[in-house]
Design a protein around this ligand. Structure first.
Ligand SMILES: Cc1cc2nc3c(=O)[nH]c(=O)nc-3n(C[C@H](O)[C@H](O)[C@H](O)COP(=O)(O)OP(=O)(O)OC[C@H]3O[C@@H](n4cnc5c(N)ncnc54)[C@H](O)[C@@H]3O)c2cc1C
Length: 335
């Protein structure tokens, strides 16, 4: 199956220049040519010079793509602002809907429908099509056994940098991934600022990190929580991804704690005194980066019974894109 790109969508496109899922966006060359330059070049070309504006656009690109205006395409940068037209039945379009466990909530709701058909702790390490069957060689972590699963079709719901290698191929050059630090910081007390209560998303102007979210913000409980957890997000985009990954691996937990506190202390002097624990996690390949040329790059074919389904196919890491590719792959299996 071909990757459903802008130039080869499985469905007709909508009338919007920029849409979610990405595959429904207009294929008009006047919009696609925005894939040839960076967002920074586009801002400069269009005369957007205000420093706070450029910071904000850079922040938004780093927030969603793990890479800033110097790295992502103008198509992707504009998509961030132009494609979100969500309408809700009972609230306004910009309202936030979140859960303490983030997208994990959606994943666990979906998992309910396949409880008796799921094999966990199983790693696929080789997949090949043999005639009208697909053979998947898997390693069972708990028993240390290797098993071969034979199927009519196989959906690889994993990123290209893994899936292509499992097929014995090399991932396309357009697929590059941003490393991230995610830190859950446990606090005895929330930072108090009489002018600004803690919001769900708290952005600190001019910082390398993206700021933090307060995971308990929409908790419905009437009881105040005994302790609080804030989650700091930090795309490691100061260097090229491979260099950032190497550097990240060299740092110790105490280094990350110090770096995180440096970011938070700017907005909340003295917050370190309230910290009881800091859990850090490095996502080496956190999000696909929509670099110039991504949206219009040709895509490698896969054998007819092997289908990819991952948000990275869209160049944009959001749940809606993952859902679209999952549904498209399921439809392709049933054709
Ligand atoms: C820091 C961060 C914040 C984000 N915030 C948001 C957000 O607020 N909203 C939003 O919509 N999106 C967000 N995203 C993006 C979102 O997480 C992804 O778009 C989404 O998880 C993609 O879903 P997926 O099912 O395509 O793939 P994934 O969630 O990447 O799932 C792939 C699965 O494949 C499994 N796998 C990999 N290799 C193998 C193998 N060899 N064998 C077996 N299984 C394998 C993995 O374990 C994993 O479970 C965020 C991402 C990051 C990194």
């Amino acid at each position: 199956m071909n990757k459903p790109k802008l130039n080869g969508s499985l469905r007709a496109c909508s009338s919007y220049a920029f849409d979610i899922p990405v595959a429904l966006s207009s294929k008009d060359p006047q919009f696609l040519q925005l894939d040839n330059l960076t967002m920074e070049a586009w801002l400069r070309r269009e005369g957007f010079r205000s420093e706070p504006l450029r910071w904000y656009v850079d922040y938004c690109c780093r927030d969603d793509y793990g890479a800033g205006i110097n790295t992502v395409s103008a198509w992707a940068g504009i998509h961030y602002f132009a494609a979100r037209r969500g309408k809700a039945a009972n609230t306004d379009a910009s309202a936030v809907l979140t859960w303490p466990e983030g997208n994990g909530k959606l994943a666990s709701l979906l998992a309910r429908h396949s409880e008796d058909k799921t094999m966990t702790a199983t790693i696929a390490y080789r997949i090949q099509q043999a005639g009208d069957k697909v053979l998947a060689d898997c390693y069972l972590h708990q028993t240390h056994e290797a098993v071969r699963i034979e199927a009519d079709h196989c959906i690889l719901a994993m990123p290209q940098f893994i899936g292509r290698r499992i097929l014995g191929e090399t991932p396309g050059q357009q697929f590059t991934y941003a490393p991230w630090l995610v830190a859950n910081i446990h606090l005895r007390d929330l930072p108090v600022d009489k002018n600004l209560p803690v919001c769900w998303d708290n952005v600190i102007y001019g910082q390398q990190s993206l700021g933090y979210i307060y995971a308990q913000h929409q908790t419905l409980s009437q009881q105040p929580p005994g302790s609080h957890v804030i989650t700091l997000y930090w795309p490691l985009d100061q260097l090229e991804p491979a260099d950032s990954r190497h550097k990240a691996l060299q740092l110790q937990h105490r280094d990350w704690v110090e770096l995180c506190m440096g970011q938070l202390e700017k907005a909340h002097p003295g917050i370190a005194r309230s910290v009881t624990a800091v859990d850090c996690w490095i996502w080496g390949h956190g999000m696909v980066r929509p670099i110039p040329g991504f949206m219009t790059a040709p895509v490698a074919e896969t054998p007819s019974r092997i289908h990819f389904a991952h948000s990275d196919l869209s160049g944009i890491s959001i749940f809606e894109e993952a859902f679209y590719h999952g549904e498209s792959a399921a439809m392709a299996c049933m054709e």
